[in-house]
Design a protein around this ligand. Structure first.
Ligand SMILES: *Cc1c(COP(=O)(O)O)cnc(C)c1O
Length: 492
């Protein structure tokens, strides 16, 4: 399998795409074709573990990796020391016809662990395959969640290191605590005196600086990126769509071949895009429901065919979905444009220069066949948390609740009764204070107090990952100014 750039160029192997992250022409790497998976094969997955299912799906994309290599990476990523549920991505039934797929059983309690636990191993092997024997250094600017997930993924993976920059006053107490207590000999966490934009711009400048690359090279190091457009983050996410379907067949909730919907809380469009890839490979998916918060640029896009960033940016209760430019959408556009890289280039230039582009009615209709976009505001989100808890006894985090609300709207508007899996992206204790307030709780002193109160009220056990946080020593205390980030990375 080779990979092309969405902007027309490149023909690279999987390992090269993973190592490079982004194509030289600025495009995203897409597979030359979607490898078909027969219904027979899907049915056979019903009796497999998550790890075995992962190998079946990954090997179709990662053709320049051997099966033992893929098995080794999967074992290291999804073992019991990393995921607190042996099913890795277990399904929980809410009511007849509705399930939540829980993607938050990893070390940082959010869905990004599924990809970021595997990526470091794929990256290390990709370096070896391409005779890259320098240390692969990952740089991340984070507004909270991605940084910790990357740190946990790269922690103590030989041949790699991970440096995370976070804005000194821009992350929550729990997020900061999660990062600065990270273990491992190859992790670094640095607070930037500024906001998230300062951290992000600084990291982007480092990626573009030849001078910085040369200095890193003299230290025997090469830069790489772990952000969500990396192919190595996309492919692991395709697995859980197959896994959810296999689970439903296994428990006889559906018959093999029955269509299923997935309702996905969406920000950068990486999670739901993996569902689209699974559908293209033959998974019987009816609709992919794209759930947004008040930053509903995607809702408008699916309804109008126009993507426009001329809008206000809102901070919401689901911060990991507070995004105006969903970078992975470019991969769907590529298919909508019949793989015309030139057209993608035009649209992306319009987005950059005018802040919008239009795909036209025909392509919008083509997308509407598979996608449904809708949104939930903060009030909808809090109501959904409360309703699901009181009706179904299920405690949702605010991101998952956005999807829960949107699914209700979808069903009311369409009368579609297809069985539907809500993709659950974070553990409710990661957002304990907001979840507690949704249930009518008083404002707690801090996140730990909120968690204790939430556990008392709901009986849902607090995860070890939160409990442990209280007693872990702080290991990372470095701060730096926005214009001193290069020095901070180069200093040892
Ligand atoms: C990143 C994230 C999302 C959004 O996923 P995308 O792939 O960016 O669409 C949703 N929920 C949580 C908790 C996340 O961390």
């Amino acid at each position: 399998m080779s990979f092309f750039s969405t902007r027309g160029g490149s023909c690279v192997t999987a390992s090269q795409a993973i190592l490079k992250g982004i194509a030289p022409d600025g495009g995203l790497y897409v597979p030359a074709m979607f490898p078909p998976v027969s219904l027979d094969k899907i049915v056979r997955m019903a009796d497999m573990s998550y790890q075995e299912r992962a190998v079946q799906v990954l090997k179709l994309f990662l053709e320049d990796f051997s099966i033992p290599e893929i098995e080794k990476a999967v074992e290291a990523a999804y073992g019991p020391d990393r995921f607190d549920d042996p099913a890795v991505a277990p399904l929980k039934k809410l009511d007849a016809g509705t399930w939540v797929m829980e993607l938050f059983h990893g070390p940082t309690l959010a869905f990004k662990d599924i990809a970021l636990q595997l990526l470091p191993h794929l990256l290390k092997m990709s370096a070896e395959k391409n005779k890259e024997n320098r240390e692969v250094c990952i740089l991340v600017a984070t507004s909270g969640d991605t940084g910790k997930a990357a740190l946990e993924g790269f922690r103590d993976v030989p041949g790699t290191s991970c440096t995370v920059f976070y804005p000194l006053d821009g992350v929550s107490d729990v997020q900061k605590l999660q990062m600065v207590t990270t273990g491992g000999d190859n992790t670094r966490v640095i607070a930037v005196r500024g906001n998230f934009d300062d951290a992000q711009t600084g990291v982007k400048e480092l990626f573009c600086s030849e001078d910085f690359a040369a200095k890193m090279a003299t230290q025997g190091k090469v830069l790489s990126s772990a952000n969500s457009i990396n192919l190595g983050r996309l492919v692991p996410q395709v697995v859980y769509y197959f896994s959810a379907y296999a689970d439903l067949v296994h428990s006889a909730e559906i018959a093999a071949g029955d269509p299923v919907n997935f309702c996905v809380p969406t920000g950068n469009f990486g999670d739901i895009l993996a569902g689209y890839y699974a559908r293209c490979m033959g998974l019987p998916v009816n609709k992919l429901i794209c759930a947004s918060n008040r930053n509903n640029v995607l809702t408008d896009f699916f309804n109008s065919g126009i993507y426009s960033v001329h809008r206000t940016f809102f901070k919401t209760l689901s911060p990991s979905m507070d995004i105006l430019v969903s970078s992975n959408l470019e991969r769907l556009l590529y298919e909508a444009a019949d793989r015309d890289g030139e057209l993608i280039r035009v649209w992306m230039n319009q987005l950059k220069e005018c802040g919008s582009y239009s795909v036209g009615d025909q392509r919008r209709e083509w997308m509407s066949d598979m996608f449904w976009g809708d949104c939930a505001d903060n009030k909808d989100t809090l109501n959904e948390i409360s309703n699901r808890f009181h009706q179904d006894g299920y405690l949702m985090d605010p991101h998952t609740a956005v999807a829960g609300h949107v699914l209700r709207q979808y069903r009311t508007k369409t009368n579609d009764t297809t069985p539907t899996v809500i993709v659950g992206t974070a553990n409710p204790y990661k957002f304990a204070a907001d979840v507690l307030s949704a249930l009518g709780g008083e404002k707690a002193e801090d996140a730990f107090a909120a968690s204790e109160e939430l556990e008392k009220r709901t009986g849902v056990p607090m995860p070890e990952q939160v409990k442990r946080l209280k007693d872990l020593p702080v290991r990372h205390t470095t701060e730096c100014d926005r214009d001193k980030m290069a020095e901070a990375v180069l200093a040892d």
